[in-house]
Design a protein around this ligand. Structure first.
Ligand code: UT7
Length: 321
């Protein structure tokens, strides 16, 4: 028997308001055609003032707990990945804990931008396997609309708001269920390629997203293909063994190019970028929840998750459902 972090449930939450490319083009100098051709994005959800990273995260967490058949009191660990916390502090994870009515447990945020969910998943996996908790909530939740410069058409059309969550349970398994391997990377010399031009310790403001899109694109395809190769090698499997890839949903062209590099057919890639745009740390758990709920991802499937974002940071995980 091996102690592993096993996926027990998934959930997600999207803001009430959905904005199409055509609606965006009414206030930004852009077009549906440009956005679809360059990114594959058609819609994004945008949070209203009463919808925050913590409220969306808590809504996704409630769904994941229900799917796992667990109560908030069963949770010993909450890790929330975000670049758009409700407040500079406390951690939005503690606000989610309060909203859920979960008693004393471990709760903290992880900041790795679009790779945040992979970082959070990897930390939770390690903590569950060393006995820190029996059940963990791992959440990716973002309200990126709050940090977009709506005058900068090169960035504001790309992002959306939302949350995704998973419950992981530490289980002694006799087979290969659970998280089998994770890999994380960061190369801080590229931190100026994708960043927010504000912060508590520098400007004292929240700031706006700035990005050198072409450079990010180039690094994303190379790094994501490499890290997927790493997790597959870690478990001695190849791309043909993979049932589903759940990639970070930044750009359909990045997703297609990465899958092609690895020889993964498009039918095995979960795609939500058209509906949600780039929801940063929320994108992977949102897409995972969608594919679990619509019956594509089933018990026994081999699934790989990957993401890359500001820092640069990137990572991947491989798990048997
Ligand atoms: O999680 C990671 C986060 N980020 C990413 O993954 C993004 C990675 N990068 C990308 O996805 C792409 O680089 C973009 C979609 C951001 C941009 O695509 P691109 O093919 O690299 O376009 P570009 O930035 O080189 O711009 C091409 C043209 C420019 O016009 P000129 O100079 O050729 O006349 C831009 O001004 O497109 C123009 N442009 C737009 N036009 C209409 C830029 N944004 C827009 C827009 N609507 N929204």
């Amino acid at each position: 028997m091996t102690l592993r972090a096993v996926l027990a449930g998934t959930g997600s939450a999207l803001p009430r308001t959905r904005v199409s490319n055509a609606e965006l083009a009414e206030r930004v100098d852009t077009s549906d055609e440009w956005i679809v051709e360059r990114t594959g994005i058609r819609f994004r959800h945008v949070a209203e003032p009463d919808e925050t990273t913590a409220t969306l995260g808590a809504a996704a967490a409630r769904e994941a707990l229900a799917a796992a058949g667990l109560e908030p009191s069963d949770i010993g660990l909450i890790i929330l990945a975000t670049a758009t916390p409700d407040n500079t502090f406390p951690a939005s994870a503690t606000k989610v804990q309060a909203l859920l009515g979960a008693p004393d447990c471990i709760a903290f945020d992880v900041a790795a931008v679009c790779s945040g969910f992979l970082y959070a998943l990897s930390v939770a996996d390690s903590m569950l396997r060393t006995g820190a908790a029996k059940h963990a909530l791992v959440i990716g939740s973002e309200t990126f609309s709050r940090i977009l410069d709506w005058e900068d058409r090169a960035t504001c059309v790309l992002f959306g708001d939302g949350a995704g969550a998973v419950v992981l349970s530490a289980e002694d398994v006799a087979d290969d269920r659970g998280i089998l391997a994770t890999r994380l990377h960061a190369e801080g010399q590229y931190c100026d390629m994708l960043y927010v031009d504000g912060g508590p310790s520098t400007t004292g403001t929240v700031g706006h997203v700035r990005m050198q899109g072409r450079e990010v694109f180039r690094h994303a395809v190379t790094n994501l293909a490499a890290v997927l190769g790493e997790v597959l090698a870690d478990v001695g499997l190849s791309a043909s063994d993979v049932d589903w890839v759940v990639p970070h949903q930044a750009n359909k062209r990045i997703i297609d190019a990465t899958a092609k590099k690895l020889g993964l057919p498009a039918e095995r890639v979960v795609l939500t970028v058209d509906q949600h745009a780039n929801t940063s740390a929320a994108s992977v758990p949102l897409a995972l929840d969608l594919a679990v709920r619509d019956g594509r991802i089933r018990r026994g499937d081999l699934v790989v998750l990957e993401a890359m974002g500001g820092g640069f940071t990137w990572g991947a995980a491989i798990l048997r459902i």
